[in-house]
Write a protein that binds this ligand. Structure first.
Ligand SMILES: *Cc1c(COP(=O)(O)O)cnc(C)c1O
Length: 414
């Protein structure tokens, strides 16, 4: 469910025509719908309300502090993977007791920062990391609350780049050594074992992998409890998919219903770390057609957005629905939509049927609210796009377009 709809042939975000934003703010630009964001946060929170779950938004999917602020106001916490994300989450007003620190390669200075801010918990992925966290906490005279990330070896049946729960992936601690790792963690003076964590992948469209993983985790929790290792929290990570094209991912309520009977069997509170399912369909990426090109066998639309702005199609070959901001009459044409970057991998879509498009037209790439702006770069020295947040019939720029000065600001010539 989102609030991007056509009125009289013009695509709107809530009550604002996208062509107006493109005109006034310029292109390329990310546009987010506050109403959609709030709705997704509420749907998730309500689906898991009976289970008293704690919802921590995966900041890596969309880290704009205005977006985080909206989520904070909905009572949502943060799942962070770096010191930079911690900085953003705190700046946005997310309470420290709702901040979880995940990630396979945390550095000592990041641990120090998180410990000094008294965040809720660290999701630890290896014994070496545990040792570093123990040493860092000891030095600061702090105690680190910890969940160990275990790898349940469950196939998430998603794109290999975003599948994380298989044995062959770099993530987590293998099941075989989980018990031993917990005993070790429990023995450390500045580590307080509080939970267990897993995250099996992203853009999951089936419910079974979640349930399979949950059952494996639940059984391990029972073993740990029987050894008097306290597990208060089961963190099932994120990964719930969204509709980009024809996918039919489970609803949050369906996921909650599938997990509920298993959760009842253990005295633990559930944590979830949704990113895409909350932010994905709240955003669109607007780009302007610069030129059309027909090389005889293929037709191209060359647009002013590129892989540096929205990397998902180039990176994963992923699909984004593409809609003209203003629909023109005429026959559908099959086109490749490509950007100006000097790489053949710089495309948004191939062989895509679209209504006729002319130079100057605005195209909207849908479902760009997660892993869109956050994965952008300055490749080809392209200033990063602006970001806009729409609420009702108003909008505001929540991140200004970068300037040429921004590009060289950290490269002073002496
Ligand atoms: C990426 C990630 C998430 C969020 O995944 P989504 O598919 O966006 O919900 C949650 N937890 C961890 C540990 C992650 O790495």
């Amino acid at each position: 469910m989102d609030f991007f709809t056509y009125h009289n042939g013009e695509l709107h975000c809530e009550e604002v025509p996208l062509s107006r934003i493109a005109q006034e703010v310029g292109t390329p630009v990310y546009v987010y719908s506050q109403r959609t964001l709030e709705r997704h946060a509420q749907v998730f929170t309500q689906a898991f309300a009976n289970l008293n779950a704690m919802i921590c938004f995966a900041v890596k999917s969309n880290s704009n502090i205005h977006i985080l602020r909206v989520l904070a106001e909905q009572g949502i916490g943060a799942d962070i993977v770096s010191g930079g994300e911690l900085y953003r989450a705190l700046k946005a007003g997310i309470p420290r007791e709702k901040i979880l620190f995940a990630g396979v390669g945390k550095k000592a200075d990041e641990m120090e920062y998180a410990l000094s801010e008294d965040i809720f918990m660290f999701n630890v992925e290896s014994m070496e990391e545990l040792d570093l966290l123990q040493a860092t906490a000891k030095r600061l005279n702090k105690t680190a609350s910890v969940a160990l990330r275990v790898n349940p070896d469950v196939d998430a049946r998603t794109h290999p780049y975003i599948s994380t729960g298989l044995k062959e992936n770099k993530f987590g601690i293998p099941m075989e050594s989980a018990l031993e790792s917990y005993r070790y963690a429990h023995s450390l003076s500045c580590i307080r074992v509080r939970g267990i964590h897993c995250h099996i992948g992203s853009q999951l469209t089936a419910i079974e992998p979640f349930v399979d993983a949950f059952v494996i985790i639940k059984n391990l929790v029972r073993e740990l409890l029987s050894e008097n290792i306290p597990i208060e929290y089961i963190d099932m990570g994120g990964g719930l998919g969204i509709t980009y094209d024809q996918e039919k991912p489970p609803l949050p309520t369906e996921l909650a219903a599938a997990i509920a009977p298993h959760l009842k069997e253990v005295p633990c509170r559930l944590i979830l770390e949704p990113g895409r399912a909350i932010a994905g369909n709240t955003g669109a990426f607007l780009t302007r057609v610069l030129f059309t090109k027909d090389n005889g066998s293929r037709k191209f639309l060359i647009v002013d957005g590129a892989m540096n702005d929205l990397a998902r199609p180039s990176l994963y070959g992923s699909f984004h629905d593409i809609r003209p901001a203003v629909v023109r009459e005429g026959n559908t044409e099959v086109v490749d939509i490509v950007g100006p970057v000097c790489e053949s991998g710089d495309f948004f879509a191939k062989n895509r049927p679209l209504p006729p498009c002319h130079p100057g037209d605005i195209l909207s790439l849908m479902s760009a609210g997660a892993y869109g702006f956050t994965m952008s770069s300055n490749y080809n020295s392209r200033p990063r796009a602006a970001e806009v947040l729409v609420s009702g019939d108003r909008y505001r720029v929540i991140r200004q377009r970068e300037t040429y000065e921004d590009l060289t600001r950290l490269e002073e010539l002496s």
